[in-house]
Design a protein around this ligand. Structure first.
Ligand code: HEM
Length: 217
């Protein structure tokens, strides 16, 4: 079976497939990290990791299309992108909610006191707010309704991404004292690959000759 055949089979199912995988990952994370049925910081951090990984996958869809326009699976990836973004927000919501209830006793005053003392915790709230905005506008209706504004709004993801990396790196237990383990190491590799692909994409776009009106005739 060629990649082209696989693409034909997957393209229409790409979104539902991502949602099924995301749901199974939620169940697996609960089973692995819940203690006597209670939520834990490790569970929250696992959801934080999943949120970041799914967001990174959503971000690399365009660079792969620009750098390898003939890649057979491009349309499947493109169809999957919205589901990757929506799942990233849901994982981030689980992460931050568990942090809020487990580490901040569900008390917004405690959270805001910590967030005002630690900008990297505030970065968490900022990036969650951005992901929420992208989530509520991730429908065909919103794309039609917002038109050009939709594209400017969704460019906020390029602000959220480095903010999330700093948030995790600066306050995450798995990054404490520059510790590198499977979790923190793979997190940094995912971040490096995503940022590198974005830089190559930008170089590609800048090196492409601008099509002026006379050219297009
Ligand atoms: C209101 C929003 C948020 C709050 C209150 C929050 C809270 C926290 C806290 C307290 C930690 C440190 C946990 C520890 O002790 O290890 C943490 C780490 C982390 N957060 Fe968030 N966060 C928020 C949003 C986000 C978002 C939107 C993402 C990703 C999309 C994210 C991804 C992570 C990751 C990957 C870590 C590192 C975990 C580790 O070291 O294992 N967070 N967050």
């Amino acid at each position: 079976m060629t990649l082209k055949d696989i693409n034909m089979k997957l393209v229409k199912k790409a979104r539902i497939l991502i949602y099924v995988i995301a749901f199974l990952l939620v169940v697996a994370t609960w089973l692995v990290y819940s203690k006597e049925g209670t939520m834990t910081t490790d569970m929250s951090n696992a959801f934080g990791y999943l949120a970041f990984s799914f967001l990174s996958l959503a971000l690399i869809v365009t660079p792969i299309r620009v750098i390898w326009p003939k890649f057979e699976l491009n349309t499947t990836f493109l169809m999957a992108r919205r589901a990757l973004g929506v799942s990233a927000f849901i994982f981030a919501l689980f992460h931050s909610s568990i942090q809020f209830f487990v580490n901040f006793a569900g008390d917004i005053n405690i959270l805001s006191t910590y967030a005002s003392a630690n900008i990297f915790l505030l970065f968490g709230s900022i990036s969650l707010t951005i992901l929420f905005l992208l989530f509520i506008t991730s429908t065909d209706y919103a794309v039609r309704k917002l038109g050009k504004t939709w594209f400017s709004l969704h460019k906020l993801v390029y602000l959220a991404y480095p903010v999330i990396i700093l948030h995790a790196y600066k306050i995450g237990l798995d990054f404490l004292d520059g510790k590198i383990d499977l979790y923190s190491g793979s997190f940094l590799v995912i971040a490096a690959i995503t940022i590198l692909l974005e830089i190559i994409r930008i170089c590609f776009s800048l090196s492409k000759p601008k099509i002026t009106s006379s050219d297009s005739l």
